[in-house]
Ligand binder design. Structure first.
Ligand code: NAD
Length: 367
């Protein structure tokens, strides 16, 4: 029997609600396979700062170091409440970026998926969605603008200034591009390279490295897009994209737009992958303080992140597929969560927990 230790970092806001549904799904998978999941909960994020005086406490650091995989709910508070926490301990700076650095999860895979049958969830017209949206955004996650040197101060003229550096070496660029090429090879063999080489020197080096490694992937066609044009194209012609690869901040912004064209960030799971099997899994969205505790959050993003863990960390490709199918079946049965549909639109609205229960029922029926 394979035994896996999984660190469960439920996080803030809607984190605990959607994590509960993800864990339900894991229990079903565990019960019918020759595996054991040891689920170990640990504090992480704003709640951890209030309870433990650190948004990434030592006990959580030690756990993520030894876990076979980490699943993480979103962290953070609303803008006003964030001010209660010192700036360097605020969840992104104090916990999220250090977690990414610690595990060196340099490759973030963010699927943006909406089958034709669910086109009504999207704000885009049905003719734009065509046969469905199905792409993966590959975001570099431990370098670029978010990880460069930062300085704030007052200059010789008494003016406040800030300096933030976008830094990469060629190895970091090559690592993420190889991930993009390999993913493209297993899909439609088209790689959209997203950059800003008309302005940023970092993009010039990025593209040089791409030209150097592209001959190793002769079956993959590379299409170059400036990031601003890509933002427009995502709205006007999203079905042209299959695998997109990009710098850290570009990926942060474009992937939220990805959630927008699907109809909700609640449909956005992700996998954060490093070297030698290091990985953690999280929804792409934030802690949604506006809906926390109301049982209206869509747990698809969390359950989908679990499915990605089953595939990438444990090689359980069939069970991962079963989880995706179970979630799609809930929608196909005419149900929705309230982020995706308006009252009166003819669908039956489900709470967070009801959605999780229906996914479990489909999984149990089709296992
Ligand atoms: P957000 O992603 O939390 O929410 C944006 C909008 O999407 C809100 O209207 C919210 O209700 C909705 N939404 C998000 N997830 C949803 C879900 N599963 N189901 C239904 N609706 C959902 O963005 P924000 O409000 O700008 O940020 C809130 C906090 O989250 C901030 O503290 C921010 O720093 C943090 N944050 C954390 C992460 C992370 O943990 N990786 C990522 C992004 C933002």
């Amino acid at each position: 029997m394979n035994k896996y230790k999984i660190a469960i970092l439920a996080g803030d806001g809607i984190g605990p609600e959607i994590m509960k549904e993800g864990v339900k799904v894991l229990k079903v998978i565990e019960a019918r396979n020759d595996i054991e999941f040891e689920l170990v909960e640990a504090p992480f994020g704003a709640g951890a700062w209030f309870s433990h005086g650190s948004s990434f406490p030592e006990e959580t650091k030690l756990l993520v170091d030894v876990a076979d995989a980490v699943v993480k709910g979103p962290i953070g508070l609303n803008h006003e409440d964030s001010k209660q926490i010192p700036i360097d301990e605020q969840p992104e700076r104090g916990a999220l970026l250090p977690l990414r650095k610690r595990l060196n999860t340099y490759a973030n895979f963010r699927p943006v998926y909406l089958p034709k049958a669910l086109a009504h969830f999207s704000p885009l017209k049905a003719e734009i969605i065509g046969d469905g949206i199905d792409m993966i955004m590959v975001r570099e996650l431990v370098g670029g603008l978010y990880f460069g040197e930062k300085e704030t101060g007052v200059d010789e003229n008494g003016k406040r200034f800030v300096r933030e550096v976008l830094e990469y070496d060629e190895e970091q660029i090559s690592n993420i591009l190889h991930r993009g090429f390999k993913l493209a090879q297993g899909r439609k063999k088209i790689l959209h390279n997203i950059h800003k080489s008309n302005v940023l020197k970092s993009s010039v080096l990025w593209n040089e490295v791409l030209e150097e490694i592209a001959p190793q992937y002769p079956d993959v066609t590379v299409i170059h897009n400036l990031v601003d044009a890509a933002a427009t194209a995502l709205c006007l012609n999203p079905t042209q994209f299959d695998v997109m690869v990009m710098e850290n901040m570009f990926g942060d912004i474009l992937s939220d737009q990805g959630g927008g064209i699907l109809g909700s960030l609640g449909l956005m799971p992700s996998a954060c992958l490093g070297h030698d099997g290091k990985a953690y899994y999280e929804p792409s969205h934030g802690s949604a303080p506006d809906i926390a505790g109301k049982q209206v959050a869509n747990p698809y993003s969390m359950i989908g992140s679990m499915a990605m863990m089953l595939e990438y960390s444990f090689g359980m490709i069939d069970e991962a597929r079963n989880v995706w199918d179970a979630m799609q079946s809930v929608f196909a049965d005419g149900f929705s969560t309230s982020d995706l549909s308006k009252p009166g639109s003819g669908v039956t609205m489900l709470s967070t927990e009801e959605f999780g229960d229906k996914v479990v029922a489909h999984l149990q029926a089709n296992g």
